[in-house]
Design a protein. Structure first.
Length: 228
């Protein structure tokens, strides 16, 4: 039986072209968006709290609670939107107890562990307090109004969060800004590219390196401008 011959040189060239295209696409997205710093996070939290002041729980209050929960998880873990919607109450309870949040990555069909800081655990207790006493814990943490066992669709969740971000902070921000912000914080604190890759969940370390290089260049520019 004859087998089709695959030219290894052609395959390598094709693979390199795909990699270069992927790198260009990432660099373009990095320059297009800004990353979230602590001051922007505090501004978002303040606005959510101001709009949440009500004695009764309404669908609007529930929507704001979902936004607060989503921003808290994105800030402390840098997870993807597709990962965010599948987090359950049982995952949060375990994260508070162990300082580890297990995240299923549909993109790579694997599970990664996001380490939660002491400040993160403290914030989890405050933000998720309304759900922590529930007996049934096999429920989604980002849930539909009145239907805790039904999670939100990717499309709806992304529109909801991006709309709130852009109305509050401007067009250069999206949910991906949380991921970039976490990478930036880890770079400043001296974490290695491998450590960042494990925390963020990039399949290829070359992807992490692109983000790290671009953000380090931005930091150098900030330092130069402050000196001059």
């Amino acid at each position: 039986m004859l087998h089709a011959y695959t030219n290894p040189i052609k395959q390598e060239v094709k693979s390199n072209m795909k990699e270069r295209y992927r790198h260009r696409k990432i660099k373009k997205s990095i320059k297009k968006e800004d990353y979230l710093r602590l001051k922007e996070i505090l501004e978002l939290k303040k606005l959510i709290l101001e709009n949440s002041e009500s004695k009764s729980v309404t669908s609007q209050q529930h929507k704001l609670k979902n936004i607060e929960i989503a921003f808290t998880l994105l800030y402390h873990t840098g997870m993807r939107m597709s990962e965010l919607r599948d987090i359950k109450l049982s995952d949060i309870v375990e994260a508070i107890q162990t300082k580890e949040l297990y995240i299923y990555q549909s993109k790579t069909n694997s599970v990664r562990v996001a380490n939660i800081s002491s400040n993160g655990v403290k914030e989890f207790k405050e933000v998720f307090n309304v759900y922590l006493n529930e007996i049934e814990r096999n429920t989604y943490i980002l849930r539909r109004w009145g239907k805790p066992k039904e999670n939100l669709s990717n499309g709806y969740l992304e529109r909801l969060l991006n709309s709130f971000l852009r109305e509050t902070l401007g067009d250069r921000y999206s949910t991906h800004s949380f991921r970039r912000g976490l990478i930036n914080d880890m770079i400043i604190k001296g974490h290695s590219t491998i450590e960042i890759q494990k925390m963020i969940g990039h399949r290829h370390i070359s992807t992490t390196s692109i983000y790290a290089d671009e953000l380090m260049e931005e930091q150098r520019d900030i330092i130069i401008e402050s000196v001059r």
